[in-house]
Write a protein that binds this ligand. Structure first.
Ligand code: GTP
Ligand code: MG
Length: 362
């Protein structure tokens, strides 16, 4: 389900907007509150929960892109899986029996503590019944790490054809900083200089244009601010001679419907070169937020994930879990604030080594 927020001067007004959009009063209201905004005005926010397909149809007049069309069903299956696992656990507690060996229990608990979801672990452990692995903790840990390694995907950096790369993601994850690092990498740090231009679509945040412009001026890279999908399309055409165009966007909370709708407009504009959308995700992402982030940002036809703020945590289980569940390839890692140094091309080894360090610490 998508949580969509309607804003008006009164709760009734906000509710009526929702009724008008969905043509029914049979709406699931999640919350309704009055808030004083930064401009001093009091406004009412009504949040409703709507099925993703319906939201997509009513907001954009289009069904969900094929690659995400099953995600609600998959999400439901995932939730049922989790529920089944919880029921099994309750049954075991009541009956005092577990289908898992003591070694499996111990290793499972350790991985769950580190952020890996019970549903994923149980799917793997199910296939190990009767094998020697279930009686040997270190073998079992190696096996699970191997499974994680096989499931993770990396997107190779390929600059052989003209690129159009857009970074999207929650607020403050490091999109603009990463754009600056990527721009420096492509323009100055590779085997040959690539011709790079920057486009800023963030017309929401005060100072956003100056922030990106500041980096662009230091690096002597062309930069532009664009505010409509039509201008975006035209600008991409005008920048045809550039090897790489990097596009910065406004940070969005997963519930920020207005910004999503605006950004979907850019993603769907038929640009002359193929658009790659990279979700920027902080390595410090919370387990409870993971699903909402994926469900909402998947509207933007994600191609890859850039992981930022690797330096801010030792615990990478939740991030790993995100990659295991949603199977998006990783493209780059941001490992600190320094532009351009703190950027790595994504590698499974780097992520797994850090995770293994954490597992051993546990
Ligand atoms: N520790 C650490 N800080 C980072 C990293 N990447 C970015 N930051 C810092 O995070 C803060 C926010 O970075 P921005 O690049 O402005 O983030 P953003 O996603 O563009 O933010 P919005 O546009 O407001 O959504 C800045 O202080 C950056 O220096 C990183 O990899 N590690
Ligand atoms: Mg930014």
């Amino acid at each position: 389900m998508i949580k969509e927020t309607f804003v008006a001067s009164t709760p009734k007004g906000a509710y009526e907007q929702a009724v008008e959009k969905y043509g029914t009063e049979d709406l699931e209201i999640v919350s309704a509150k009055q808030l004083r905004y930064d401009d001093g005005e009091l406004r009412a926010e009504v949040v409703i929960a709507v099925p993703k397909a319906l939201f997509m149809e009513r907001s954009f007049g289009k069904p969900l892109p094929a690659k995400y069309r099953h995600s609600e069903e998959e999400q439901m299956l995932g939730e049922i899986g989790e529920l089944k696992a919880q029921l099994e656990e309750m049954k075991e507690e009541i009956l005092g029996v577990s289908p898992l060996t003591p070694v499996e229990e111990k290793v499972r608990t350790l991985f769950i503590k580190k952020g890996i979801s019970p549903a994923w672990l149980d799917g793997v452990l199910e296939n190990l019944v009767g094998t020697p692995l279930v009686g040997d903790a270190s073998l079992l840990v190696s096996y699970l790490l191997e499974e994680i390694d096989e499931t993770l995907q990396v997107r190779q950096e390929d600059l052989s054809k003209p690129k159009l790369i857009m970074l999207v993601g929650p607020t403050g994850v490091g999109k603009t900083t990463t754009i600056a690092k990527l721009a420096a990498r492509y323009a100055y740090l590779l085997d040959r200089p690539y011709k790079v231009a920057l486009i800023n679509l963030d017309t929401f945040k005060v100072g956003a244009i100056e922030q990106l412009g500041h980096y662009a001026e230091i690096m002597q890279i062309d930069h532009y601010a664009v505010s409509t999908p039509e201008d975006f399309k035209e600008k991409i055409e005008a920048l045809e001679s550039f090897d790489i165009i990097l596009v910065d966007t406004a940070g969005m909370s997963p519930y920020d419907t207005q910004k999503f709708i605006k950004t979907v407009g850019f993603v769907q504009s038929e640009t002359v070169r193929e658009l790659e959308v990279h979700l920027t995700l902080s390595a410090t992402v919370k387990y409870e937020d993971m699903d909402d982030i994926y469900q909402n940002f998947s509207f933007l036809n994600l191609d890859a994930v850039i992981v930022s703020k690797f330096d801010e945590t030792k615990h990478l289980g939740t991030l790993l879990n995100f990659m295991l569940l949603y199977k998006l390839p990783m493209s780059y890692f941001s490992i600190g604030q320094e532009v351009p140094d703190d950027l790595l091309v994504a590698s499974k080894e780097y992520l797994l080594e850090r995770f293994i360090g954490d597992v051993h610490a546990g």
